[in-house]
Design a protein around this ligand. Structure first.
Ligand code: ACO
Ligand code: LMR
Length: 275
C-alpha cells in the first residue's frame, strides 16, 4: 500500500479539505441548520462534541455577561490608552488581553481547580478558607474591588438563577456559595466574583451534564479552558472600546502628573499608600 510521510502536526477539530468545512466532523451546513449558535460552535471546537442545549446556552450567557464591565477595569484601560496612542485594532485588543490573569479576569481555571479540589477532598467550606489563609494564598474567584454583599454583582445573580433552573446539579456552586458565606463574614467585598461563579458552574456542567465522563471532565479541567471564556467574552468589549476611541478621535493620553507620587526616598514597598 501507500506509505504516508510521517506528519509534523496532528489536528483534530476542524477540516476544510472537503467540499464543506467541518467542525469536529459536523458540516458547516448542519451547524446552521441545527441552530446550535456560537455556544454550539464552541462546544465543537473546544470540547469536540455537541453539548445539550442548556450547556450551549450557558456558554453563550458566560460570553454575554463577561463582554464588558466599563472603561475603568485594567484591560479596558490598557485598550483605551493603546488606541489613543494611535495603534490599530489588534494592538489595542491584545494590550487589553495581556492584563487578564490571576487578579483580573483570569482567575477561572484556578478557581475551578481550588474549589473542586477542596470539595473532592472533603474539606468543609470553613476548612478550605482556613487552609488557604494558613498557606497565605488568596482564594481564586473570591473578592471584588467594588462589588460586595451590599452592592451585589447582578451578573453573578443571573448565572446562579440560570444554573439553579436548568442544570441537573449545582453541587459545586452550592459549595462555593457556602465558602462565600465564610469569606463575606470577614469582609463584605469577599464575594464569589464573576470569575469564581462561572468557574464552579462550569465544573457542575462538566461533571453532571452527562456530556462528559468523569475522566474527560477532569482532563478538561486540568488542561484548562475557563480563562478562555473570559478572554473570548471580554474581547468583545475591548474591541468596542477601541472602536469607541477611534470614533471619538480621542487624542494621545498622558496621565496627570499630580496623580503620581514620585519620590526617590520612598521605601520599595508602599502598598498601603496605593489606591
Ligand atoms: N481570598 C482570601 N482573602 C482575600 C481575597 C481572596 N480571594 N481577596 C482579598 N482578600 C483579603 C485580603 O487578604 C485582605 O485581607 P486583610 O485586610 O486581612 O489584609 C482583604 O481581603 C482586602 O484585600 P485587598 O487586596 O484590599 O482586596 P482588593 O479589593 O484590592 O482585591 C481582588 C480585589 C484583586 C479581586 C482580590 O480579591 C483577588 O485577588 N481575588 C482573587 C483573584 C480573583 O478572583 N480575581 C478575579 C476578580 S473578578 C474579575 O476580574 C472579573
Ligand atoms: C470585570 O468584569 O472586569 C470586573 O468584575 C472587574 C472590575 O473591577 O469591575
Amino acid at each position: 500500500g501507500m506509505v504516508r510521510k510521517p506528519a509534523a502536526f496532528i489536528s483534530t477539530i476542524s477540516d476544510e479539505r472537503g467540499a464543506e468545512l467541518m467542525y469536529s466532523g459536523v458540516k458547516i451546513s448542519e451547524v446552521f441548520e441545527s441552530e446550535m449558535g456560537i455556544g454550539g460552535v464552541i462546544s465543537l471546537l473546544w470540547f469536540k462534541r455537541r453539548l445539550p442545549a442548556h450547556c450551549t446556552k450557558f456558554i453563550e450567557m458566560a460570553l454575554m455577561l463577561t463582554a464588558d464591565h466599563g472603561p475603568a477595569v485594567s484591560g479596558a484601560m490598557n485598550t483605551i490608552i493603546t488606541s489613543r496612542a494611535g495603534k490599530d485594532l489588534v494592538s489595542s485588543l491584545v494590550s487589553g488581553l495581556l492584563t487578564i490573569g490571576d487578579r483580573f479576569g483570569g482567575a477561572l481555571d484556578d478557581a475551578a481547580k481550588e474549589f473542586s479540589g477542596a470539595y473532592d477532598s472533603g474539606l468543609t467550606p470553613r476548612e478550605f478558607v482556613d487552609k488557604m489563609r494558613k498557606a497565605q494564598r488568596l482564594i481564586p474567584g473570591i473578592g471584588h474591588k467594588i462589588k460586595s454583599t451590599s452592592n451585589p454583582d447582578y451578573r453573578v445573580e443571573v448565572v446562579k438563577e440560570f444554573v439553579k433552573k436548568h442544570f441537573p446539579s449545582s453541587r459545586m456552586l452550592d459549595y462555593a456559595l457556602a465558602v462565600e458565606r465564610v469569606t463575606t463574614a470577614k469582609k463584605d467585598t469577599l464575594i464569589l466574583n464573576v470569575d469564581g461563579c462561572l468557574a464552579v458552574c462550569f465544573v457542575d456542567l462538566l461533571r453532571d451534564s452527562g456530556a462528559f465522563t468523569d475522566e474527560e471532565a477532569n482532563e478538561q479541567l486540568n488542561i484548562g479552558f475557563l480563562n478562555g471564556v473570559f478572554v473570548l467574552g471580554r474581547s468583545i468589549g475591548f474591541i468596542g472600546h477601541h472602536l469607541d476611541q477611534k470614533r471619538l478621535r480621542a487624542p494621545l493620553y498622558r496621565h496627570p502628573a499630580d496623580d503620581f507620587m514620585i519620590s526617590m526616598q520612598t521605601p520599595e514597598r508602599i502598598v498601603g499608600n496605593l489606591k
